[in-house]
Design a protein around this ligand. Structure first.
Ligand code: PGA
Length: 244
């Protein structure tokens, strides 16, 4: 269960979140819990999550190890502050910041080399779903990036299916729609890497996951977890998603 805070919260708000959240999830052992705050909150989040099972992730990275890349942050830097995960190619990064399958592939390579677990995001826009192009889009996003990894690299990534029309809109995909997209993504993985990696790969669903709809989504065998935006900002709400 991963929380994507997007561009919300300051370091002091981060500390306040964890003071409550760590108590609320203290007894949960059934799920891996990851929180992805903005870069500047990573040290506060890592410190606040110390001695808990909560892991910390970033929302983006740059592929070079270091250099003259004003405004960017490397995988090694994320690892050095105690980050274990990183979201790659979130649809907002694709839409507003020019992320492509090519740049995502380089970022995933850099993240893996630094020992981070990338969460590679895929998902179709509303007009693409309406035009019956969902499989075409997901196929392109998988074949252009995740399916170009080596089998060994692929073993260490997670995938998030986030239909763009469901993100921040309150319009959650029905469990059946989500499961069918996950099954398609898995078929792409199977075609490239074979049945075992397809079975083992964790595919999270993202897009308006809330405490009141998470159970239905998680009841689908195809859905291995959730990437949660808005509902991860409140400790009680994200804890009840973790406990679904
Ligand atoms: P949402 O965001 O839960 O607010 O829809 C999900 C995401 O963008 O990861």
């Amino acid at each position: 269960m991963a929380g994507n805070w997007k561009m919300y919260k300051t370091p002091s708000e981060t500390v306040a979140f964890f003071e409550k959240f760590r108590l609320l999830v203290a007894d949960s052992t059934h799920a891996e819990i990851v929180i992805c705050p903005p870069f500047v909150n990573l040290p506060a989040a890592v410190e606040s999550a110390r001695d808990t099972q909560i892991q910390i992730g970033a929302q983006n990275l740059y592929w070079a190890k270091e250099g003259a890349f004003t405004g960017e942050v490397s995988a090694g830097m994320l690892g050095a502050v105690g980050c274990q995960w990183v979201i790659v190619a979130h649809s907002e990064r694709r839409e507003y910041f020019g992320e492509t399958e090519e740049t995502a592939l380089k970022k995933i390579g850099a993240a893996l080399e630094a020992g981070l677990t990338p969460i590679y995001c895929v998902g179709e826009r509303l007009h693409e779903r309406e035009a019956n192009q969902t499989h075409q889009v997901l196929g392109r996003q998988m074949r252009g990036c995740a399916c170009r990894l080596t089998p060994e690299q692929f073993r260490h990534i997670a995938i998030a299916y986030e239909p763009v029309w469901a993100i921040g809109t309150g319009k959650v995909a029905t469990p059946e729609i989500a499961a069918s997209a996950h099954a398609f993504i898995r078929s792409e993985i199977r075609a490239t890497f074979g049945p075992e990696p397809a079975e083992a790969c964790r595919i999270l669903y993202g897009g308006s996951v809330k405490p009141d709809n998470v159970k239905g989504l998680m009841a689908q065998e195809e859905i291995d977890g959730a990437l949660v935006g808005g509902a991860s900002l409140d400790p009680a709400s994200f804890a009840s998603i973790v406990h679904f």
